[in-house]
Design a protein around this ligand. Structure first.
Ligand code: FES
Length: 99
């Protein structure tokens, strides 16, 4: 389990990526629920933090692959799953499990 950031760093509907021991991790605040996924698009190594997040759907700006952050499922266009990490929030701190 790795410490990533403070919950307060990610406003509702926002996202931010972090380099954790060489892995780019994208942390998203989905309606107050903290989620984390691979920060690199599984299509062509594009940074997903440069994409669009509406609080539920994450869209890579490059070719518009899209995933549902609430469910972790492919939403449309995407041909590959996006890797989501289990998240633990403790005392305002975000930890990612499985890195
Ligand atoms: S690089 Fe992300 S959808 Fe193509």
């Amino acid at each position: 389990m790795k410490y990533v950031c403070e919950v307060s760093e990610i406003d509702v509907g926002e996202m931010k990526s972090f380099d954790i021991d060489g892995t780019r991790v994208l942390v998203l605040n989905a309606d107050g629920e903290i989620k984390a996924c691979d920060g690199i698009c599984p299509h062509q190594e594009v940074l997903l933090e440069e994409g669009i997040f509406d609080g539920c759907l994450l869209t890579c700006h490059s070719h518009l692959w899209q995933w549902n952050v609430q469910t972790g499922e492919i939403e449309q266009e995407a041909e590959k799953d996006l890797k989501f990490f289990d998240v633990k929030v403790d005392d305002g701190k975000v930890f990612v499990i499985g890195l």
